[in-house]
Write a protein of this length. Structure first.
Length: 705
């Protein structure tokens, strides 16, 4: 028995000696560089490209069976230049020898240094890898292709390490050119059922648009075979970019999330999503399904409260001047997203902008946009430019070149496909207050319709509609508007900004107006020249406070006569019971024949034309004193009673010239005096006849006079 063990020990010793000898001697006997030329020739033959191995081949046997290769390059396809398609400074792959005996494949860290990959597409659409993708594929049933048989029962890799890789993409058909530089990838050991930590960093460079970005990605990847799902926990992406295409020329963004993806590529989920760009913080989650057939998405997004003005400043985005420098100090948002069948919907939308809350929903399907929004209250004046301007600075209209451009973006309007509504509870704009506003917008096929309703505008109700048709060569517009119950006093006060007089509004009265207009053209001049339609207005029970027109007339008359008026206790105001007019507009010329203004002592009529395109008017206003009763403010105007005073207005509408027809005034005055004398004589004659002839005969003769 002892002799047997001795023999077995000797055999084992011999085997160990043979293995050791093989490990030591085999690399010394077999030099892989002896086969370099044959390898180069075979690869060149199979690819049809030049293949080079400028570095040495190194072989290891035990305990790791591996090979290391350096300075390898594969030539480019014909017509794509002399630079290599791919090149590697160093590549290494080692497999643990003893693990193969138990059908376990244990691979050491896979290393790849200095990879350079040049990808290109020619103007005719050819790429420089087309020839490689067509060759080297084994056909079904090819004996060279493994089919079943014993394989490794398990695979483990010590990790993957890629250092300083570079990939260039040059698309000459579209002009795109970008490259990935300093690409580094490191992973933990890879084994079935074990999470794998990954770290990746790279730099992106683009010519069009000019952009550069440094990207860092890290996370832990795990495979759940039971659920056929790939999970990435602790996913973190950091991007630091710069370029002309970015607001302010620079951007730093950080994304964090938990990612879940089905192995068949049909499902994807981002949980605990957080995206930050400086102080801007967006959070939520996104779920995607049926990615291979009919992609559908659902999710929620929320923007944490943000000082928008300050954030825009950090992004070097300059805001236009605003009347309120504290505007845009607060912005917050949240919404639900749904996308399926080509339609994306935003539901349960809530936006908080300063003191304004906006809620509602929106949808997008192709080019079609739909929305239904509700705004509680907004002071638009806060966001408009300041009213005051620096000394010497011309308003925008004056500072321009004077050249008239198109008013409507015709091509944009033709492409619009919108159906939406907007409600505003309370709106302040240009110091005017409107409440209960309802706006509707419908645009499709080059036709745009805008509906407007205001439930309360200085106690009045407004209803309007604007239709714009840009289907033809020249835009056509139809405007229909009406208002009733308007209180003039508060409106004029807010419109002009004038103070109140003696605690009351300077103007009083209520009114209405309506307009039905049409025009065509795409410039102010063309619109004025083609304007047509009709309009009318009427104001009642009004007063202009702060001056008394009757007293002004009396004072003027007294000065001409060298007299002075005694103190007057009448309130400093001019009353009118009615102010109305209607007009017809044809080819930009407004024609009015029925202007009428009534006050207790004065009647004013007017008629004439206004050429809106030429900015010229030819209009006559004729006031007549109809009462001289002291209680109505007409005391002292007896001489002008019943006398028309025609005032002709001409010239520019903005700065009209005026002339009084003194001849008509004089004629009217003389007629009034003659009529007065006639009445006086008639009264005296009638009195004498009554005294002498009695009432009976006097009545018979009365008609003669």
């Amino acid at each position: 028995m002892a002799k047997l063990f001795k023999i077995l020990g000797s055999l084992i010793a011999v085997l160990v000696l043979l293995v050791v000898a093989a490990v030591v001697v085999l690399p010394m006997v077999i030099d892989p560089n002896d086969y370099k030329a044959e390898i180069v020739a075979k690869v060149s033959e199979r690819t049809g490209r030049e293949f080079r191995i400028d570095g040495e081949l190194k072989l290891s046997v035990f305990p790791w069976l591996g090979i290391e290769i350096g300075d390898v390059a594969l030539g480019n396809a014909k017509g794509f230049g002399e630079q290599p398609f791919a090149a590697v400074k160093r590549a290494a792959l080692r497999v643990k020898l003893m693990s193969l005996l138990s059908k376990q494949l244990e691979v050491d860290t896979i290393g790849l240094d200095g990879l350079q990959l040049n990808l290109a597409r020619a103007k005719d659409g050819r790429s420089n890898w087309d020839d490689l993708s067509k060759g080297g594929q084994a056909a079904d049933g090819d004996p060279q292709r493994p089919d079943g048989g014993g394989g490794a029962a398990g695979l483990s890799i010590g990790g993957v390490r890629i250092n300083d890789a570079r990939v260039v993409w040059d698309d000459r058909s579209s002009g795109q050119h970008f490259q990935i530089e300093r690409f580094n990838l490191n992973s933990d050991a890879i084994a079935p059922g074990r999470p794998v930590g990954l770290e990746l960093e790279m730099s992106l460079r683009s010519k069009e648009p000019a952009l550069s970005a440094d990207v860092r990605i890290e996370g832990t990847v795990s495979l759940d075979e039971a659920r056929q799902q790939l999970d990435v926990s602790g996913l973190r992406v950091v991007v630091e970019a710069g370029g002309e295409a970015l607001p302010g020329g620079a951007l730093r963004a950080e994304l964090a999330s938990e990612l879940q993806m089905a192995l068949d590529g049909k499902r994807l989920a981002l949980k605990g999503l957080k995206l930050g760009v400086d102080d801007l913080q967006l959070s939520g989650e996104i779920n995607a399904s049926d990615l291979d057939t009919a992609p559908a998405f659902t999710g929620t997004l929320a923007l944490a409260e943000l000082n928008l003005r300050q954030w825009l400043a950090t992004q070097k985005i300059e805001l236009p001047a605003m009347a309120d420098e504290t505007a845009l100090n607060k912005l917050a948002l949240r919404m639900n997203l749904k996308s399926a069948g080509g339609t994306t919907r935003i539901e349960d939308l809530l936006i908080e902008l300063d003191q304004t809350r906006i809620s509602g929903s929106a949808s997008l399907k192709g080019e079609a946009i739909g929305f239904a929004l509700d705004v509680d209250a907004i002071d638009a004046d806060r966001y408009l430019p300041p009213v005051a301007r620096e000394e010497g600075q011309a308003p925008a209209a004056e500072a321009g070149s004077g050249e008239e451009g198109p008013l409507l973006p015709v091509e944009t309007l033709r492409a619009l496909d919108i159906n939406g509504s907007l409600k505003i509870g309370r709106l302040t704009i240009k110091k005017l207050l409107a409440e209960q506003i309802e706006l509707s917008v419908a645009a499709r096929g080059g036709k745009l319709s805008i509906g407007q309703k205001v439930g309360s505008f200085y106690q009045g109700v407004f209803d309007g509609k604007v239709d714009i048709d840009v289907t033809g060569k020249t835009p056509v517009m139809q405007i229909r508007e009406s208002m009733s119950g308007l209180q003039v006093g508060p409106l004029v006060k807010d419109l002009t900004g004038e103070d109140r007089f003696a605690g009351e509004d300077r103007f009083a009265g209520k009114g209405r107006f309506s307009a039905d207009l049409n025009t065509r053209g795409n410039s102010v001049k063309a619109i004025k020249q083609s304007l047509g339609g009709k309009l009318d207005f009427r104001f009642e029970d009004g007063a202009v406070k702060g001056f008394n027109l009757a007293r002004i007339i009396r004072e003027t008359k007294a000065k001409f006569q060298g007299q002075s008026l005694p103190p007057d206790d009448a309130p400093p105001q001019t009353d009118f019971s009615e102010l109305s007019a209607s007009a017809v507009i044809d080819q930009g010329v407004l024609n009015n024949q029925d202007l009428l203004a009534k006050s207790p002592f004065l009647r004013v009529t007017g008629k004439g034309t206004v050429d809106l395109a030429a900015d010229r008017l030819d209009y006559t206003v004729t006031p007549v004193v109809v009462s001289t009763d002291a209680g109505q403010g007409g005391e002292g105007l007896e001489e002008l009673k019943g006398v028309p005073v025609p005032v002709r207005l001409s010239g520019s509408f903005a700065k009209p010239d005026y002339a009084i027809d003194w001849g008509a005034v004089l004629t009217g005055t003389q007629k009034a005096k003659i009529e007065e004398k006639k009445q006086e004589v008639q009264q005296k004659l009638e009195k004498k006849l009554q005294d002498k002839l009695g009432d009976g005969l006097q009545n018979k003769l009365k008609g003669l006079f």
